[in-house]
Every structure is written in C-alpha cells, then in structure tokens.
Design a binder for this molecule. Structure first.
Ligand SMILES: *Cc1c(COP(=O)(O)O)cnc(C)c1O
Length: 383
C-alpha cells in the first residue's frame, strides 16, 4: 500500500472559529482566572450530565486527586481499580497515601469486572475507581450495589466517557463522584482541564476546599472582616482558569455532534473490519452507548502469525497513528518497586498483548477509515 501523506493520529481535538473567539473574548475581559466562566462551565457540565454539582480542576489528574481526598482516602486504605487505564487513576490513590488494588477486567468489554471487584474486597477497602475505558461505561449498577453492601465510595473515572450513556442516562450522575478530563484527545477540550461531578453537598464542599489551598471563609473569619480567611486543611492550587473554561463552554456546544460522529466512525469500522479474520472487535455492554473515545481492536494471536509489534510498526510506516492503551499499570517500574507482581490480572495482560488502538476523532472522514481498514487487512493477510 502507498503511504498516506499526512499522519493520521489516534485522536485529535476539533477547534473552530467559535472556540477561538470564545477564548479571545475572555482574554479581553477583566478576568483570566476566578471570573464568571469557571462557574458557568461547572453549571453547564452538571446540567449536561444531570448531577447537582460540578467542581472544575486544572486537569483530570488533579480532579482525581481531589476526589480521593473528598472520599477520605488515607494511609492504610485500599482502593480497587483496573490496570487497563492511564497511570493517573491509581496514582491519585497513592497521592493520598492509599493502596491501589488491581481487579481484573471482563475479557469481552475490557472494563473492570464486578465479580473480580468482589474478590478483592477486604476490611481495609475504602473505595472503588472503575474506569469507562475507551468511552464504554462500566456496569455501574453492579458496582454501586457492591459498594452499598460494603459501604464503599465509588469514583468513576470518566476521562473517556463524557457524552456516553448508561441505561439511558449520561455518565456522570450515578457514581458518588465522576471525573472527566478535558485533555485535547478527550471528548471535549479545555487545553488541560478536568472536573468532578457529584450529587453530594459534602463532597462538593471538600472538592472546592482542596483545589484552593484548603482555604475557606469560616464563621470565625467572617467576624474578623472581609479580607480574612482561614486555611483549615492542606490543599493545593488546582484551579481551572477562565481561559480554559471559556474554551470548554464553546466546546460543550458541539459535544453531542462530536459523539454522534464518533459513533458513525465506530459503526463504519465495525462493519468494514467484521470480515477480516484474526481481528477481535470491541463489544458494548447491553444498555450502554459508548462515546467511542478510543476504537480498540485485538489482533488475535491464535489466528494472526504476525506479532502485534510488527502490525503496529507497519501501520506506523503507512502514517497511521495506531497506539496501544494501556500498559497494565502495575507493570510500570514504579509500581513494581512498590511490590506489585506481574500476572495479577490475567485478562488485562492478555488484552494488552493483543490490543491495538485505531484512529478515531470527529474530523476523520470515510476515506480515512477505509484506508485504515485496507492497511490492516493487507498487513495481517499479505498475499
Ligand atoms: C486522561 C486520563 C486521565 C487524566 O486526565 P488528565 O486531564 O490528562 O490529567 C485519567 N484517567 C484516564 C483513564 C485518562 O485517560
């Protein structure tokens, strides 16, 4: 096959003139940070997902850190999560002194398996952080009922799943807290940015305190005068600014269109890849509609002679930005040094060894999809 001229990355933001104008308007306004845009963005995200509250952060990782703080995670606490995720998910637990515990994935859906969560619960378990990997919502009803039975807090890592549906509702209102990321490859972008949505006033107050140095106006400080505030806990500067929020507000107007286009591209892939032997297609859990942040296939090692590494390199040589999401988190040297062992999650490791991320983003066209499909076919089935 002939190498395409431009590099087709696995994911890419869509920025138009409206977005640029929104940012420029904020630059011309009196507030670059802590102005009206952040609150407006929080309100719009909360309304969009159907949650009572939203607290915006400087990035998704900071937001996860905040959620772990609000959940009260500290030394001695165990938090169950998946290893097929970006390291930030379990790192947030470490930031608070807690211990991440990795439960295996469901081999067909690639998300954490509720039955595997049950096996990992101990008297030290404090929370569960399921991840809506690739934009595919987790089986939240099952996870929430396990959490209820064992009195655990559920923080849904929805970095991939803004705009996805779980049983007819948007992701973001059913877990105790849900995190969304606005990194440029994610469903919408603010450059860097993240948010937590929640229905709990208590979590909402903790999150606001944590992102702003642990500083608040207490009844005592109000007595002292208008300038007075008190730092009541050790927080951080994890605030989102108005420049980010104004971009987010403009992007949010286009989110449903982006998701619709991602669903069209995924359907095209599903249709065109279906007849190629040796490719395992992604499946969706019944009652959910993925937002298709990522489109991931597996190259079935039993049917395809060529190692995944070679398929990957040959796709890259054609200028197709394939990727692999993710290296099981506990394989990283940092985690190995903490004592995590290879082999902990066998489905996750098997998935990782065969996984390949194909390009998907709203501006991709049908010819791009067809090029990717022909490339895969010719690479794994050379004549
Ligand atoms: C992107 C991502 C994060 C972190 O978000 P940032 O905004 O990049 O800090 C956390 N979890 C998952 C699964 C992600 O993909």
């Amino acid at each position: 096959m002939e190498k395409r001229k431009d590099f087709l990355s696995y994911g890419k933001q869509s920025i138009d003139e409206e977005d640029i104008e929104a940012v420029v308007n904020t630059l011309r306004s009196p507030f670059l940070t802590q102005g009206p845009k952040v609150e407006e963005f929080e309100k719009r995200i909360a309304d969009y997902v159907g949650a009572k509250y939203a607290v915006a952060f400087s990035n998704g990782t900071a937001a996860l850190h905040g959620a772990c703080y609000a959940a009260g995670i500290r030394e001695g606490d165990e938090v169950i999560t998946t290893s097929i995720t970006f390291a930030a998910t379990s790192n947030a637990v470490l930031y608070c002194g807690g211990t991440p515990v990795f439960a295996d994935i469901d081999a067909a859906i690639y998300n954490i398996d509720p039955e595997e969560i049950k096996k990992k619960i101990t008297t030290k378990t404090k929370a569960i952080i399921p991840v809506d990997f690739t934009g595919q919502p987790v089986d939240l009803d099952a996870i929430m009922s396990i959490a209820k039975e064992h009195n655990l807090i559920v923080i849904e890592d929805g970095a991939h799943s803004l705009g996805a549906d779980y049983k007819g509702q948007k992701v973001g209102s059913q877990a105790d807290m849900t995190m969304f990321s606005f990194h440029p490859v994610k469903p919408i972008t603010t450059g860097e940015g993240g948010i937590i949505t929640t229905n709990s006033e208590e979590h909402y107050e903790s999150l606001k305190l944590f992102r702003n140095h642990g500083i608040q106006k207490t009844p005592y400080s109000l007595e002292q005068g208008d300038w007075y505030y008190e730092m009541t806990d050790l927080g951080y500067n994890y605030r989102m600014n108005d420049i980010q929020a104004s971009l987010g507000l403009s992007q949010l107007n286009k989110l449903d269109g982006f998701i619709e286009r991602r669903r069209e591209i995924a359907a095209l892939y599903n249709e065109k890849l279906a007849d190629i032997p040796g490719i395992i297609l992604p499946k969706q859990l019944e009652g959910t509609r993925s937002g298709w942040h990522l489109y991931m296939i597996q190259v079935d090692g039993r049917l395809v002679r060529k190692p995944r590494r070679e398929v990957f390199d040959e796709m890259r040589a054609l200028n197709i930005g394939v990727h692999v999401h993710y290296i099981p988190v506990y394989w990283h040297p940092y985690y190995q040094e903490l004592g995590y062992k290879n082999g902990t999650c066998s489905n996750a490791e098997k998935f990782y060894k065969q996984a390949l991320t194909l390009p998907i983003f709203p501006e991709m066209n049908t010819e791009d999809v067809e090029y990717v499909v022909s490339a895969i076919n010719s690479i794994i089935h050379p004549c």
